[in-house]
Design a protein around this ligand. Structure first.
Ligand SMILES: O=C(O)CCC(=O)C(=O)O
Length: 303
């Protein structure tokens, strides 16, 4: 498995839990980025809303990614990468950024439903990460990040905007019984495996709750995107995409002009809570494939 961190201690903790928390940017950068969020807002094209998306569901979250103006998305990406670059190069083992978000929760709003981030790389060999860095102290009251520790690389391996999620039916049970909140000071960060199960609640405070998410992939691999045309197809397309694709793309759009790497069989198998519980204790997908797993298996058989 390709490593994520320079530091073996961070790598070990990340392999076990699916995330690590650490100090990240200076107070000056926190202020600069907060200012940049408000300064650039006039260039925003507005968020996609219920009228723009097919199923008409209300969108409860406010992410740069679903802004209508690709130029604004690019601007935000450049600003965030410029401020984060030195810090992530110090910590991550040769990673490149592909998507950047400001995420804002206004008072009494901003819930981000329980989810795993999309798959961005071949996850049996590589790991994509999100650097989640709040620009104000992030607390349980204002809707901090909550994760299911150890849930990375175990669930929903074919993840994309239109692919149904095997845990959809047990979301409430997971929210009630398995999450732990990661209260995080402004400028500190959580680096998470994009396959970890996570959630953020509404902001119950009068104050602003503003955070950054920067998604990065190993510099030596391509970025992929899982696309499902229709749920009765029985297969998903794995597309090769890049940073530029994501600047123009939104979750309700049909991808076009992109290379198909392969098609994979897709079977929707909703999980029960007991299956979920059992899967949490089983090996991760990167422990069950590849040479490393074969060697481990050999040792186990011979022991
Ligand atoms: O900060 C939030 O509210 C959502 C964060 C999130 O879902 C992510 O970074 O993937």
């Amino acid at each position: 498995m390709r490593k994520v961190f320079h530091d073996p201690a961070l790598q070990k903790q990340f392999d076990k839990d699916g995330y690590v928390s650490l100090p990240f940017i200076s107070k000056e950068k926190v202020e600069l980025l907060k200012q940049a969020f408000f300064d650039t807002l006039p260039k925003s094209g507005g968020q996609l809303g219920a009228d723009d998306v097919k199923n008409g569901h209300t969108i409860t979250y406010d992410f740069t990614f679903i802004d209508k103006n690709p130029e604004y998305k690019k601007l935000v990406f450049d600003i965030i990468v410029k401020q984060f670059e030195q810090e992530y190069n110090n910590v991550l083992a040769d990673y490149k950024p592909i998507i950047a978000n400001f995420i804002r929760k206004k008072t009494d709003g901003g819930e981000v439903p329980l989810h795993q981030n999309w798959a961005f790389v071949e996850e049996t060999k590589y790991t994509s990460v999100s650097i989640w860095c709040p620009l104000v102290d992030s607390t349980i009251e204002n809707g901090t990040l909550q994760v299911v520790p150890g849930s990375h690389k175990r669930f929903g391996l074919q993840r994309g905007p239109k692919v149904p999620w095997e845990l959809e039916g047990i979301k409430n049970e997971i929210i009630n019984d398995y999450l732990i909140p990661l209260e995080t000071k402004a400028g500190d960060c959580v680096i998470l495996d994009d396959s970890i199960i996570h959630y953020t609640a509404i902001n119950k405070t009068p104050g602003l709750r503003l955070t950054i998410q920067l998604i990065l992939i190993p510099a030596d691999t391509y970025s992929l995107h899982y696309d499902l045309k229709s749920s009765n197809d029985g297969e998903v397309s794995v597309l090769e995409v890049d940073h530029d694709f994501y600047m123009k793309f939104n979750p309700w759009m049909q991808p076009s002009n992109v290379k198909t790497i392969r098609k994979e069989k897709f079977e929707f198998k909703p999980m029960s809570t007991s299956q979920f519980e059992a899967r949490l204790k089983e090996p991760k997908i990167d422990e069950t494939t590849g040479l490393f797993a074969k060697i481990k298996k050999l040792f186990l058989t011979e022991a």
